[in-house]
Design a protein around this ligand. Structure first.
Ligand code: ATP
Ligand code: MG
Length: 359
């Protein structure tokens, strides 16, 4: 065998429910890709057992020195976090958000992609190609974790809670700039900025003003500013008008779930949590959650996770391999190998086998 020229160290964190099934699926695809690379590249995997099961045994969602352990990896490949036995905010903050914040993964990329062979509520009669990307601010905004409960000690029945959103000019500027740079790489050079600045008059107005200021540096890119309620309608009624959609943490979270549902299933959507400066590892994960209703039955759609692996390949500087994986996904859906969530009878393993076959 030829010597391997590049080895990428990947930390696998499958975590909970279907997370374990779809991470195994993505790993199988990447390993097949590496095996066929003639020694050009290889993946060196380390799996971490964290998640809600780990929490039930240890009282922690991850090791105490877990973040240090993750730091040395080229990337983190994540499944899904959450299980009915653990409060959602405990599991989410104890693992996924902890990783995102500690590694300053401030850009969350969520492509909305329509696959051949999958019926979508949006499939237009004229087959207008639909393809856009949600860019989510991933470090502050509504998920900054600021606020408190029962601040005034008013007693039972009168509790007061504050949930404070944090917007910094630097935070707004970097994600908006990221969106413009991404738009320049796409066929349609357009950025849609989403806020609710008519009702939220401080942070979102700062966002709007920053958007206008940054836009001046990109005269070649078309822009629009849309309120989140109107943008929800636009996702459904005029999606052909979208290319890059940039929004705050909460708004983009909701819009990207809407986008993946419009494409046919939550199980299809890929995402990347990037530290664009590359000072820390970035994290790649499907948009969907742990899906307790179907977990452990081999029914999970692995396409979101496999698509996230393709985003990881891009991040590793292997864009041709990323394209190959995405084409193998398309060939698989086009040939009708579909899990139940998108109307088929295939198992997770059938989809994986077909994707590898098409590679
Ligand atoms: P989270 O809060 O972690 O985002 P959630 O409450 O939004 O989780 P999910 O776990 O994403 O919920 O599940 C929502 C629905 O989508 C469920 O009915 C689930 O079965 C379905 N679903 C999610 N992921 C997949 C998948 N990979 N394949 C098939 N169906 C899925
Ligand atoms: Mg969700």
């Amino acid at each position: 065998a030829q010597p391997t020229t590049r080895t990428f160290k990947i930390a696998a964190v499958p975590a909970d429910g279907v997370g374990t099934e779809v991470v195994a699926a993505g790993r199988a695809v990447l390993d097949a890709l590496a095996a066929g690379s003639g020694g050009a590249f290889a993946f060196d995997w380390t799996e971490f057992p964290w998640g809600c099961g780990y929490y039930e045994r240890t009282g922690r969602m991850m090791d105490e020195d877990g973040l240090e352990a993750l730091r040395e990896f080229d990337a983190i490949y994540f499944g899904a976090v959450g299980w009915p036995s653990v409060p959602d905010h405990t599991s989410l903050w104890g693992l996924r958000l902890k990783i995102c914040q500690n590694f300053d993964q401030w850009a969350n990329i969520r492509p909305v992609h329509f696959h051949p062979g999958i019926t979508s509520p949006l499939r237009k009669a004229d087959h207008t190609p639909l393809d856009w990307v949600v860019v989510r601010e991933n470090s502050e905004g509504e998920y900054a974790g600021l606020g408190g409960r029962n601040l005034s000690g008013r007693g039972p029945g009168n509790e007061v809670a504050l949930q404070t959103a944090l917007f910094t000019e630097r935070g707004c500027e970097r994600i908006i700039r990221f969106a413009f740079d991404l738009a320049r790489t796409r066929p349609r050079k357009k950025v849609s900025s989403v806020t609710k600045s008519n009702a939220q008059q401080y942070g979102m107005v700062l966002w709007d003003e920053t958007f206008v200021r940054v836009a001046a540096d990109y005269p070649d890119v078309e822009t629009e500013s849309v309120l989140v309620d109107a943008m929800s309608a636009k996702f459904v009624l005029k999606p052909e008008d979208l290319s890059v959609v940039v929004a705050s943490n909460l708004n983009a979270d909701i819009l990207s779930d809407l986008g993946s549902a419009l494409a046919g299933s939550l199980g299809l959507a890929a995402s990347a949590n990037l530290n664009p400066e590359r000072r820390f590892p970035s994290m790649f994960e499907p948009v969907h959650g742990s899906a307790p209703d179907i977990a452990g039955r081999g029914l999970a759609n692995p396409i979101g996770a496999i698509g996230s692996a393709a985003l990881m390949l891009d991040h590793f500087g292997l864009p041709d391999e990323a394209v190959r994986v995405n084409k193998a996904i398309e060939a698989t859906t086009a040939s009708g190998v579909l899990t139940p969530d998108v109307g088929g009878t295939a198992k997770t393993s059938d989809v994986v086998a077909s994707v590898i076959d098409h590679l």
